[in-house]
Write a protein that binds this ligand. Sequence first.
Ligand code: TXE
Length: 494
Amino acid sequence: MSEVAILPAVNAFLQREHGHYINGISHPGQGELRPVVNPATAQQIAQVHDGGDEEVQAAMAAARQAFTGWASMPTLSRGALLLKLADALEQHREELAQLETLCSGKLITLSRGLELDQSVAYLRYFAGWAGKITGETPELSLPSFHGEKYRGFTTREPLGVVVGIIPWNFSIMIAVWKMAAALVCGCTVVLKPSEFTPFTMLRVAQLAGEVGFPPGVINVINGNGGLLGPLLINHPDCAKVTFTGSVPTGRAVGSAASALAKPVTLELGGKNAALFLNDMSTEEIVAGIIEAGYVNQGQICAAAERFYLPAEKFDRVLEVLCQRLSSLQPGSPLDEQCQLGPLANRAHLEKVSKLVDQARSEGDEVLCGGGSPDLPGYYYLPTVLKVRSADSTLMQQETFGPVGSFLAYQDEEQALKQVNDSPFGLAASVWTHDLSKALRYSEQIKAGTVWVNMHTFLDPALPFGGIKGSGNGREFGSAFIQDYTRLKSVMVRY
Ligand code: TXE
């Protein structure tokens, strides 16, 4: 096994003093220094200054000031800048992928092939919306008494300054979903990355400046979410909030924004289900489970954690699954051959271990994994839990880790009810060769996204977002337009 060589550009970047990107300039800031830790080694790799009220005021003022010019720039010029940024990300793919892996522990292969390549794809997708965001010209029915006529039309206006709050699991891609949607609509942005992954968007914002984004259009503030979140949301110039992250924080963000009647998009986690029907082979089910639940150590908000398997295949599937998962060797995520990286941070590792310990103490059976290997980083072995019942804690509570909870079913209709028996509804999948059942069940499953014979894959053309406790609003597709613009009606007498 050998690690990729860290690029000189990455080492040089990490050695600089870091804080924020405001009004087209990198500012170290003066706030307290926060260590940034490589989760694969548990060693500090750099530090970043926390922002506070001063940085929030400066970033919001810059974004507000830039808004007028950005919103009135020809829409195709905005699209062209997004395309240039996509090209810049492509050119800096390896540098950004290494930064991502060093901060989040994501396998370098995933950082390149998913985080970076998908970020580029999303930027290009959103750029393509430039010039296509339109209103309507409905036929009016006002009566004409003296020959006068009426014409009415709607336009879509950008909301203003968008505050984007970003989690650590896809520090670039999720930020790009929010940023590019806002920018193509004519909004400007202030982004707040996770405390654990503060660097990638600082670098992306610098690249945006280099390719010609005007100062103030993209701003990045780092620091404590509990402090910065309320300062940003309550700021009078914040016109909209878009958040991806945990359920409790999302609820707090939603309440704060709603109390001020500010539109808010919330993409929260859940407890996504995967339902395998009996016509799938053991091999197909095992491959499906790994795809659905264990990529990026389960740290994907759409990943499945509840698995419903036909009773007659249950034991055999879990046996093969455990063999397969146990063969994954934990190692350095900078090694291109590595298949099992660490969890993203210590707090998250502690949360995952505690939840599995709780499941064990409540009588769920740990068939494999269930602990950490003897390595210095924040590793947790892929875990298979044979749960006691649908009421088990881990059939309800999200671990956001490599932990699948498995339940056997005799009757598909009963399994379908269990799939829907959740306060969350971000995503789910149904696996079968029976097309009729696939379509019927996907209609019945209560989730924002339902996959058939696949799980976790997203495409810029298909909207993504949750129902029930998993949030509201939709990212990408054409659905984003209504989240980042407001309708104006114009009526003319002539
Ligand atoms: O998430 P938070 P954390 C889950 C995962 C993890 C747990 C906690 O299970 O163990 O959440 O992780 C900012 N107002 N997910 O603490 O708190 C924060 O700075 C406004 C699932 O990292 O949700 C960060 O930028 N913002 C998730 C962002 O919110 C606040 C992905 C997310 O942090 C804030 C990540 C506040 N009061 C973790 N407090 C998913 N579903 O994708 C914090 N933040």
